[in-house]
Design a protein around this ligand. Structure first.
Ligand code: ZN
Length: 294
Protein backbone atom coordinates (compact mmCIF):
# COMPACT_ATOMS: atom_id res chain seq x y z
CA UNK A 1 0.00 0.00 0.00
CA UNK A 2 1.00 3.60 -0.68
CA UNK A 3 3.66 2.72 -3.27
CA UNK A 4 4.06 5.08 -6.23
CA UNK A 5 3.32 3.41 -9.58
CA UNK A 6 4.11 5.02 -12.93
CA UNK A 7 1.40 4.60 -15.59
CA UNK A 8 2.45 7.24 -18.15
CA UNK A 9 5.36 9.53 -18.91
CA UNK A 10 4.14 12.02 -16.29
CA UNK A 11 1.28 10.05 -14.74
CA UNK A 12 1.44 7.98 -11.58
CA UNK A 13 -0.84 6.74 -8.84
CA UNK A 14 -0.32 5.98 -5.18
CA UNK A 15 -1.95 2.65 -4.34
CA UNK A 16 -4.27 3.14 -1.37
CA UNK A 17 -7.82 2.18 -0.26
CA UNK A 18 -8.92 4.96 -2.65
CA UNK A 19 -6.11 5.26 -5.22
CA UNK A 20 -4.60 8.75 -5.44
CA UNK A 21 -3.60 10.01 -8.88
CA UNK A 22 -0.40 11.98 -9.45
CA UNK A 23 0.40 14.13 -12.47
CA UNK A 24 3.90 15.62 -12.79
CA UNK A 25 3.69 19.18 -14.12
CA UNK A 26 7.42 20.04 -13.89
CA UNK A 27 10.66 18.32 -12.90
CA UNK A 28 10.09 19.44 -9.31
CA UNK A 29 6.29 19.70 -9.02
CA UNK A 30 3.24 17.49 -9.29
CA UNK A 31 -0.47 17.62 -8.50
CA UNK A 32 -2.51 15.07 -6.61
CA UNK A 33 -5.85 13.71 -7.82
CA UNK A 34 -7.78 12.99 -4.59
CA UNK A 35 -6.10 12.97 -1.19
CA UNK A 36 -6.98 9.60 0.33
CA UNK A 37 -9.22 8.65 3.20
CA UNK A 38 -7.52 10.45 6.09
CA UNK A 39 -4.50 12.37 7.35
CA UNK A 40 -2.36 9.22 7.47
CA UNK A 41 -2.94 8.60 3.76
CA UNK A 42 -2.04 12.24 3.09
CA UNK A 43 1.19 11.92 5.12
CA UNK A 44 2.18 8.88 3.06
CA UNK A 45 1.44 10.72 -0.18
CA UNK A 46 3.57 13.66 0.97
CA UNK A 47 6.44 11.26 1.73
CA UNK A 48 6.23 9.92 -1.86
CA UNK A 49 6.39 13.51 -3.14
CA UNK A 50 9.44 14.24 -0.95
CA UNK A 51 11.21 11.10 -2.17
CA UNK A 52 10.73 12.26 -5.76
CA UNK A 53 11.70 15.85 -5.00
CA UNK A 54 8.28 17.12 -6.01
CA UNK A 55 6.44 20.10 -4.58
CA UNK A 56 2.69 19.51 -4.15
CA UNK A 57 1.25 22.21 -6.46
CA UNK A 58 -2.46 21.44 -5.98
CA UNK A 59 -5.05 18.79 -5.13
CA UNK A 60 -7.80 18.10 -7.66
CA UNK A 61 -10.77 16.21 -6.23
CA UNK A 62 -12.85 13.87 -8.36
CA UNK A 63 -15.73 14.22 -5.89
CA UNK A 64 -16.44 14.95 -2.25
CA UNK A 65 -16.77 11.52 -0.60
CA UNK A 66 -14.77 11.25 2.60
CA UNK A 67 -12.30 8.65 1.30
CA UNK A 68 -11.31 11.02 -1.53
CA UNK A 69 -11.00 14.31 0.40
CA UNK A 70 -9.93 12.97 3.81
CA UNK A 71 -6.32 14.09 3.36
CA UNK A 72 -7.10 17.62 2.13
CA UNK A 73 -6.88 19.32 5.50
CA UNK A 74 -3.46 17.95 6.41
CA UNK A 75 -2.07 18.66 2.93
CA UNK A 76 -3.27 22.25 3.08
CA UNK A 77 -1.88 22.71 6.60
CA UNK A 78 1.52 21.27 5.63
CA UNK A 79 1.95 22.78 2.15
CA UNK A 80 -0.65 25.53 1.71
CA UNK A 81 -1.66 23.93 -1.59
CA UNK A 82 -4.95 24.89 -3.23
CA UNK A 83 -7.73 22.26 -3.45
CA UNK A 84 -10.16 22.25 -6.37
CA UNK A 85 -13.43 20.34 -6.40
CA UNK A 86 -16.18 20.17 -9.04
CA UNK A 87 -19.57 21.90 -8.79
CA UNK A 88 -21.78 20.89 -5.87
CA UNK A 89 -19.01 18.58 -4.65
CA UNK A 90 -17.01 21.73 -3.84
CA UNK A 91 -19.66 22.77 -1.30
CA UNK A 92 -19.54 19.31 0.30
CA UNK A 93 -15.73 19.47 0.45
CA UNK A 94 -15.87 22.82 2.24
CA UNK A 95 -18.67 21.68 4.57
CA UNK A 96 -18.49 17.88 4.90
CA UNK A 97 -21.41 17.79 7.38
CA UNK A 98 -23.52 18.02 4.21
CA UNK A 99 -22.63 14.41 3.36
CA UNK A 100 -24.15 12.62 6.40
CA UNK A 101 -26.94 15.25 6.37
CA UNK A 102 -27.78 14.26 2.78
CA UNK A 103 -27.63 10.54 3.55
CA UNK A 104 -29.67 10.78 6.74
CA UNK A 105 -32.02 13.46 5.34
CA UNK A 106 -31.88 15.34 8.63
CA UNK A 107 -29.41 16.43 11.26
CA UNK A 108 -27.18 13.35 11.40
CA UNK A 109 -26.53 11.56 14.72
CA UNK A 110 -22.95 11.11 15.95
CA UNK A 111 -23.02 7.52 14.65
CA UNK A 112 -22.99 8.94 11.11
CA UNK A 113 -20.36 11.59 11.74
CA UNK A 114 -17.30 9.32 11.75
CA UNK A 115 -14.51 9.69 9.19
CA UNK A 116 -16.12 7.01 7.00
CA UNK A 117 -18.90 9.44 6.00
CA UNK A 118 -17.58 12.83 7.11
CA UNK A 119 -14.11 14.19 6.30
CA UNK A 120 -12.43 17.19 7.91
CA UNK A 121 -13.40 20.45 6.17
CA UNK A 122 -10.90 21.98 3.75
CA UNK A 123 -10.64 25.25 1.87
CA UNK A 124 -11.72 24.07 -1.59
CA UNK A 125 -12.25 26.31 -4.61
CA UNK A 126 -14.52 25.48 -7.55
CA UNK A 127 -12.80 23.45 -10.26
CA UNK A 128 -12.53 25.59 -13.38
CA UNK A 129 -10.63 25.15 -16.62
CA UNK A 130 -8.29 27.96 -15.57
CA UNK A 131 -7.35 26.04 -12.40
CA UNK A 132 -6.08 23.03 -14.38
CA UNK A 133 -2.38 22.76 -15.23
CA UNK A 134 -1.35 22.27 -18.87
CA UNK A 135 -1.88 18.65 -19.87
CA UNK A 136 -4.74 17.88 -17.49
CA UNK A 137 -8.40 18.02 -18.52
CA UNK A 138 -11.50 17.34 -16.46
CA UNK A 139 -13.96 14.76 -17.71
CA UNK A 140 -17.55 14.98 -16.40
CA UNK A 141 -18.59 11.62 -14.88
CA UNK A 142 -21.74 12.50 -12.89
CA UNK A 143 -24.01 9.98 -11.19
CA UNK A 144 -22.02 8.43 -8.34
CA UNK A 145 -21.82 11.90 -6.85
CA UNK A 146 -23.39 15.20 -7.92
CA UNK A 147 -20.71 16.58 -10.23
CA UNK A 148 -17.97 13.95 -10.14
CA UNK A 149 -15.22 14.34 -12.72
CA UNK A 150 -12.39 12.17 -13.95
CA UNK A 151 -9.12 13.60 -15.25
CA UNK A 152 -7.41 12.84 -18.55
CA UNK A 153 -3.70 13.54 -18.85
CA UNK A 154 -1.66 14.52 -21.92
CA UNK A 155 0.01 11.08 -21.78
CA UNK A 156 -3.44 9.49 -22.20
CA UNK A 157 -4.13 8.27 -18.68
CA UNK A 158 -7.67 8.63 -17.34
CA UNK A 159 -8.29 8.82 -13.58
CA UNK A 160 -11.86 7.63 -13.07
CA UNK A 161 -12.72 8.40 -9.45
CA UNK A 162 -15.65 6.24 -8.36
CA UNK A 163 -17.32 5.91 -11.77
CA UNK A 164 -17.17 2.13 -11.29
CA UNK A 165 -16.09 -0.52 -8.78
CA UNK A 166 -14.09 -3.74 -9.13
CA UNK A 167 -15.81 -7.02 -10.04
CA UNK A 168 -15.29 -8.48 -6.54
CA UNK A 169 -17.14 -5.51 -5.01
CA UNK A 170 -20.04 -5.99 -7.44
CA UNK A 171 -20.18 -9.69 -6.54
CA UNK A 172 -20.11 -9.04 -2.79
CA UNK A 173 -22.14 -5.84 -2.32
CA UNK A 174 -24.23 -5.69 -5.53
CA UNK A 175 -25.70 -2.24 -4.83
CA UNK A 176 -23.15 0.42 -5.84
CA UNK A 177 -23.68 3.75 -4.15
CA UNK A 178 -25.04 6.39 -6.50
CA UNK A 179 -26.77 9.75 -6.25
CA UNK A 180 -28.40 10.03 -9.67
CA UNK A 181 -29.43 6.82 -11.44
CA UNK A 182 -29.95 8.34 -14.90
CA UNK A 183 -26.59 10.14 -14.83
CA UNK A 184 -24.84 7.04 -13.45
CA UNK A 185 -26.16 4.83 -16.28
CA UNK A 186 -25.18 7.44 -18.86
CA UNK A 187 -21.65 7.74 -17.42
CA UNK A 188 -21.16 3.95 -17.47
CA UNK A 189 -22.41 3.78 -21.06
CA UNK A 190 -19.89 6.48 -21.96
CA UNK A 191 -17.12 4.45 -20.28
CA UNK A 192 -17.91 1.34 -22.34
CA UNK A 193 -16.81 3.34 -25.41
CA UNK A 194 -13.94 5.34 -23.88
CA UNK A 195 -10.36 4.72 -25.03
CA UNK A 196 -7.13 5.54 -23.20
CA UNK A 197 -3.64 4.11 -22.76
CA UNK A 198 -4.46 3.49 -19.09
CA UNK A 199 -7.49 3.89 -16.84
CA UNK A 200 -6.99 4.29 -13.08
CA UNK A 201 -10.19 3.70 -11.08
CA UNK A 202 -10.09 4.66 -7.38
CA UNK A 203 -11.25 1.24 -6.25
CA UNK A 204 -10.05 -1.18 -8.94
CA UNK A 205 -6.79 -2.10 -10.64
CA UNK A 206 -5.51 0.04 -13.52
CA UNK A 207 -6.31 -1.32 -16.99
CA UNK A 208 -5.90 -0.36 -20.64
CA UNK A 209 -9.42 -1.62 -21.42
CA UNK A 210 -12.16 -0.34 -19.14
CA UNK A 211 -15.06 -1.58 -21.31
CA UNK A 212 -15.51 -5.02 -19.64
CA UNK A 213 -15.65 -3.54 -16.12
CA UNK A 214 -17.94 -0.72 -17.29
CA UNK A 215 -20.24 -3.36 -18.87
CA UNK A 216 -20.24 -5.38 -15.63
CA UNK A 217 -21.12 -2.29 -13.54
CA UNK A 218 -23.84 -1.36 -16.01
CA UNK A 219 -25.31 -4.88 -15.98
CA UNK A 220 -25.32 -4.99 -12.15
CA UNK A 221 -26.98 -1.57 -11.86
CA UNK A 222 -29.67 -2.63 -14.35
CA UNK A 223 -30.14 -5.87 -12.39
CA UNK A 224 -30.70 -3.92 -9.14
CA UNK A 225 -33.16 -1.63 -10.94
CA UNK A 226 -35.01 -4.69 -12.24
CA UNK A 227 -35.19 -6.07 -8.71
CA UNK A 228 -36.77 -2.78 -7.54
CA UNK A 229 -39.24 -2.86 -10.43
CA UNK A 230 -40.25 -6.39 -9.43
CA UNK A 231 -40.56 -5.47 -5.75
CA UNK A 232 -42.99 -2.68 -6.68
CA UNK A 233 -45.50 -5.22 -8.02
CA UNK A 234 -46.61 -5.33 -4.41
CA UNK A 235 -47.25 -1.82 -2.96
CA UNK A 236 -44.80 -1.23 -0.10
CA UNK A 237 -43.28 1.39 2.15
CA UNK A 238 -39.68 2.48 1.59
CA UNK A 239 -38.55 0.58 4.72
CA UNK A 240 -40.10 -2.64 3.42
CA UNK A 241 -38.45 -2.17 0.03
CA UNK A 242 -35.08 -1.57 1.71
CA UNK A 243 -35.47 -4.71 3.81
CA UNK A 244 -36.37 -6.70 0.66
CA UNK A 245 -33.25 -5.38 -1.10
CA UNK A 246 -30.95 -6.31 1.82
CA UNK A 247 -32.53 -9.77 2.06
CA UNK A 248 -32.36 -10.42 -1.69
CA UNK A 249 -28.63 -9.69 -1.86
CA UNK A 250 -27.73 -11.03 1.60
CA UNK A 251 -26.39 -7.63 2.73
CA UNK A 252 -25.60 -6.86 6.35
CA UNK A 253 -27.33 -3.78 7.71
CA UNK A 254 -25.62 -1.33 10.01
CA UNK A 255 -26.17 2.41 10.35
CA UNK A 256 -23.72 3.29 7.55
CA UNK A 257 -25.10 0.67 5.13
CA UNK A 258 -28.67 1.64 6.02
CA UNK A 259 -28.12 5.20 4.82
CA UNK A 260 -25.79 4.39 1.89
CA UNK A 261 -27.93 1.63 0.35
CA UNK A 262 -31.07 3.51 1.48
CA UNK A 263 -30.01 6.68 -0.33
CA UNK A 264 -29.20 4.66 -3.46
CA UNK A 265 -32.60 2.92 -3.31
CA UNK A 266 -34.32 6.32 -3.00
CA UNK A 267 -32.43 7.51 -6.08
CA UNK A 268 -33.57 4.40 -8.00
CA UNK A 269 -37.18 4.98 -6.86
CA UNK A 270 -37.02 8.63 -7.92
CA UNK A 271 -35.67 7.52 -11.31
CA UNK A 272 -38.52 5.01 -11.78
CA UNK A 273 -41.07 7.62 -10.64
CA UNK A 274 -39.72 10.20 -13.11
CA UNK A 275 -39.69 7.55 -15.89
CA UNK A 276 -43.39 6.89 -15.25
CA UNK A 277 -42.70 3.31 -14.12
CA UNK A 278 -43.41 3.84 -10.40
CA UNK A 279 -46.11 5.72 -8.54
CA UNK A 280 -46.65 6.84 -4.97
CA UNK A 281 -49.77 6.79 -2.84
CA UNK A 282 -50.34 8.10 0.68
CA UNK A 283 -52.13 5.47 2.74
CA UNK A 284 -52.77 5.77 6.49
CA UNK A 285 -50.17 8.54 6.68
CA UNK A 286 -47.54 6.42 4.97
CA UNK A 287 -45.89 6.93 1.60
CA UNK A 288 -46.41 3.75 -0.41
CA UNK A 289 -44.43 2.89 -3.53
CA UNK A 290 -45.98 0.82 -6.30
CA UNK A 291 -45.83 0.09 -10.01
CA UNK A 292 -47.46 2.79 -12.14
CA UNK A 293 -50.82 1.78 -13.60
CA UNK A 294 -50.44 0.58 -17.22
ZN1 ZN B 1 -17.35 8.02 -3.90
Amino acid sequence: MYELHQVGENSFYIASPANMGVYRIAADAAVLIDSGNDKDAAKKALRRFEEQGWRLAAVFSTHSHADHIGGNKLLQERTGCPVYAPGIDCHFTRDPLLEPALLFAGCPPKALRGKFLMAQPSDASPLTEAALPAGLTALPLPGHSFDMVGFRTADDVVFLGDALVRQETLDKYHVSFLFDTAAYLETLEKLTRMKAACFVPSHADPTDDIAPLAEANLAKTREVLDFVRGALEQPRSFEDLLAALFTHYGLTMDFNQNVLVGSTLKSHLAYLLDQGEAAVAFVDNRLIWQRAAE
